[in-house]
Design a protein around this ligand. Structure first.
Ligand SMILES: *Cc1c(COP(=O)(O)O)cnc(C)c1O
Length: 384
């Protein structure tokens, strides 16, 4: 065992793939301090800058009177009145009949997929899906086929060939992809799910708060909520808080309450977190200028980087700059650190081999002047 551990670490080190944990001191306005130096943080998922919103903190503080912890799992006595209130609000927000709150997006995905799918079933999911989707599918024991990223022709050919060999089928994709910043062809996938009688589950982790008029995500923007069986999303990214949810039918909700192990065997989220989540749903809907400004700034950054000859992907608040080799990505990240920017390199296995990149994550807290300075500075590292 010890030898295995040492070997693993040495291999990772040699391939430039060893990861470590930086000790981060959060500051104001997208600033962080690490090892005594200040950086502009381009690696945060606090897209709307809501994590420090005074109304969220106020709601959380008030709810502390109910206890720091919830004291039990949902099926015992942890299902407080505000957990129920939040679920009604989520259902309304996502335009579905019901919703169930989970302790994290990771727990939601592994639990929902493995509860709904079993060994006689099949799952079709996008090749670039988040690890929590992959793990959920593996845990379910269902057969699975991964379709090429956002390629509905490939999905359709897999459905034609494989669907009939299984009992139930589920299609899963993210709506905004975390490492590519691009958007799934939701309407086309809805058409395929109907034609081939599949359940459809969408992960709106990176779309919630950003897309749609009231910020409910891609299902709102495309008007497809009714046709999507399970809309999963999180409070942990644009909504600035913590936890996750599935918006679905009342029947699927009842099923999950009884069959979803990651829901059943875990203590309910603390009241302070639930209260902040209730507050943020209103704020995210009403303060639409946050998502509008953010998306305009992202377009600006993307077009300027393209002008400079960078290989830039996506059409959301996530702006990946593809550099190729692991070393190039690591070196670029180090150079930007020297200049005061915290931009993490993303390497395989998180992204395909040869597509190592800088993942620039824009937030409402980045001002135009930060972005323009960043563009000037990243220009100078080109060709290094
Ligand atoms: C972040 C993320 C999750 C996990 O959510 P957490 O609340 O952080 O556990 C799930 N799916 C996708 C696509 C994500 O980006």
């Amino acid at each position: 065992m010890e030898r295995k551990i040492r070997q693993f670490l040495e291999e990772r080190e040699e391939e430039n793939l060893l990861r470590g944990l930086a000790e981060v001191f959060p500051g104001k306005e997208a600033r962080i301090r690490v090892e005594g130096r200040e950086f502009i943080n381009f690696s945060s998922n606090d897209y709307l800058g809501l994590s420090k919103h005074p109304l969220l903190a106020e709601a959380a503080k008030e709810a502390l009177e109910m206890g720091v912890g919830s004291g039990a799992s949902r099926l015992m006595t942890g299902s407080t009145n505000i957990h129920h209130e939040l679920e009604e609000k989520v259902a309304h927000f996502k335009e579905k009949p019901a919703a169930l709150v989970f302790n994290s997006g990771y727990q939601a995905n592994i639990g929902i997929i493995s509860a709904l799918c079993g060994k006689d079933d099949v799952v079709f999911f996008d090749k670039l899906s988040h690890a929590s989707i992959v793990d959920g599918v593996r845990l379910s024991g269902a057969a699975f086929f991964r379709f090429r990223h956002n390629d509905t022709d490939h999905l359709e050919s897999l459905l034609r060939k494989e669907r009939e060999n299984y009992h139930s089928a589920m299609i899963i994709t993210e709506t905004v992809f975390s490492m590519d910043g691009d958007i799934a062809p939701v309407e086309e996938i809805v058409r395929l799910k109907k034609e081939h009688e599949c359940l459809l589950m969408l992960d709106e982790a990176h779309a919630t708060g950003i897309f749609g008029e009231k910020g409910a995500g891609l299902t709102e923007e495309t008007g497809t909520a009714e046709d999507v069986d399970i809309i999963m999303g999180t409070f942990s990214k644009a909504l600035g808080s913590f936890g996750a949810y599935a918006a679905t039918s009342a029947e699927v909700r009842d099923f999950l309450v009884n069959a979803c192990r990651s829901f059943i065997y875990s203590t309910a989220l603390p009241p302070s977190v639930i209260a902040a989540n209730i507050a943020v749903l209103d704020i995210a809907q009403h303060e639409s200028y946050r998502r509008q400004t953010l998306l305009l700034n992202a377009d600006h950054l993307r077009s300027k980087l393209k002008e400079e000859g960078f290989d830039v992907k996506g059409n959301s608040q996530i702006v990946p700059v593809i550099l190729g080799g692991n070393e190039q990505a690591v070196r670029a990240s180090e150079s930007l650190k020297e200049k005061g920017y915290w931009v993490m390199p993303v390497k395989p296995p998180t992204v395909p081999k040869g597509e190592a990149r800088l993942r620039i994550s824009l937030t409402f807290n980045h001002k135009r002047v930060d972005i323009n300075n960043f563009i000037d500075d990243i220009k100078t590292i080109k060709g290094e």
